[in-house]
Design a protein around this ligand. Structure first.
Ligand code: AMP
Ligand code: GLY
Length: 417
């Protein structure tokens, strides 16, 4: 089959890398891709939101399946556009991707279906939200821009002053653009965070090994939220008991609730969870593979990835047995100095002689006049699979400084907690 992957990050590199191993995949394309993906797939210079061009390309080139990885095109309706043109697509239609696309929707959905989540209130009016925060007592408090904001639209405010500043930035200054027209203000949950990704065809759900992301920019969870600075899987927090509770109270009711509401979800669903003293609660849903969780998880997959992808699309996931390695997948993101704020692109990257225990997944890289250069906030994801977290940490951190570019930065504490 000829497969076209949509996206350009480390996640998409890991997806391409894993699809490439499938005997079912004869030709691999990626739009728009990056310099790392270029080594294993044909890059197609089309932007992820240019739906007409993607549909045209798929038709003209007899693409058998389009794998839509990022949130924007999913929520924007790329899968709808492809399917409506008779092209097979992996990923939820926009009616289902709304669980990520609108935080206000996803909170209301959880209330409707009795799915445990943080207490919250939704505001579309700045003055009302301001009065609410002025009277709020139980800081910290969490402010979330309703729409998609590259994983950065969440602010945890430690006190009233910080919360009011964040609110005016979101609702008045529009630092997250239109995403901030509606703001969810919610209770700050404490506990252990984890991520569960699952394949679903809308009926059957098959979970991947639970993972742990590291969202804050700096060591010891300091600084701003990012898309994610490193991840590993499986996480030991997700015990058998936690798994049973999560499936019963969160995963099943979510998939069934979506189906009941005429929003059948097909693709990968992402549960951002907090294990609190009062049980597991949903922090957020995503309608796709996470980045960088994917770079840690997919190297553990022992079943033909394309077989799973097809089973999801064809509604036959129940027929496929999915096998995972018992080892630990582990990755650390090497980022540009200013990330997640101002990022300078175009610095030359040098990569020394890496151990074969390392796989690099490129996030923001490009080729310029034959030279590999930085081309985004997150630049390269350094990945390994080892028998446990301490070994994986050692392997990655021994090798990581062989990558060099101006102002590069990475967290040194991935997997420590
Ligand atoms: P989200 O984009 O909703 O996943 O939020 C990004 C990160 O903010 C999460 O991974 C959590 O670390 C943190 N966060 C979001 N909501 C809450 C909450 N209600 N309580 C505590 N931390 C939260
Ligand atoms: N790493 C978090 C996300 O992909 O949303």
């Amino acid at each position: 089959m000829k497969v076209l992957v949509i996206g350009s990050g480390g996640r998409e590199h890991a997806i391409c890398h894993t699809l490439k191993k499938s005997p079912l995949v004869t030709e691999l394309f990626c739009a728009p891709g990056n310099a790392g993906i270029a080594e294993i797939a044909t890059l197609v210079p089309i932007k992820v939101m240019d739906f007409d061009a993607i549909v045209d390309y798929a038709k003209t080139n007899a693409i058998d399946l389009v794998f839509v990885a990022p949130d924007d095109p999913l929520y924007g309706g790329l899968v709808n556009a492809l399917e409506d043109n008779g092209i097979k697509a992996f990923g939820p239609r926009k009616e289902a991707a709304i669980i990520e696309g609108s935080k206000a929707f996803s909170k209301e959905f959880m209330i409707r279906h009795n799915i445990p989540t943080a207490q919250y209130k939704t505001f579309t009016n700045y003055e009302d939200a301001k009065v609410y925060l002025e009277n709020y007592e139980d800081f910290p408090v969490v402010l979330k821009a309703d729409g998609l904001a590259l994983g950065k639209g969440v602010i945890i405010a430690q006190n009233k002053e910080e919360s009011l500043k964040a609110l005016s930035e979101m609702m008045l200054d529009k630092v997250f653009g239109g995403a901030g027209n509606t703001v969810v203000i919610e209770e700050f949950l404490t506990g252990k965070e984890m991520t569960v990704l699952a394949f679903t065809d809308g009926k059957t759900v098959k979970c991947m090994p639970a993972s742990q992301d590291h969202k804050k920019a700096y060591d010891n969870d300091l600084g701003l939220n990012t898309g994610g600075m490193g991840a590993f899987a499986p996480t030991l927090v997700y015990t058998k008991e936690v798994e049973t509770e999560t499936i019963k109270y969160i995963i099943k009711p979510t998939i069934e609730g979506l189906k009941e509401e005429g929003r059948t979800f097909k693709g990968v669903i992402y549960f951002g969870l907090m294990l609190t003293s009062k049980g597991v609660k949903v922090i957020e849903y995503n309608a796709r593979f996470g980045d960088p969780e994917t770079q840690a998880i997919l190297p553990l997959l022992e079943t033909d990835f394309m077989k799973i992808v097809l089973a999801v699309v064809d509604g036959k996931l129940g027929d496929v047995e999915i096998k995972w390695s018992k080892k630990t997948g582990f990755c650390v993101v090497v980022a540009s100095g200013g990330y997640p704020s101002n990022v300078v692109k175009g610095y030359p990257i040098t990569i020394g002689n890496l151990s074969n225990r390392i796989t690099l997944f490129h996030s923001g890289t490009a080729m310029k006049d034959g030279q590999l250069v930085t081309n985004g906030g997150r630049v390269i994801c350094v990945t390994t699979v080892q028998q446990d977290i301490p070994t994986a940490r050692q392997v990655v951190y021994e090798e990581i400084d062989k990558i060099q570019f101006t102002d590069m930065r990475y967290r040194k504490d991935i997997g420590i907690k």
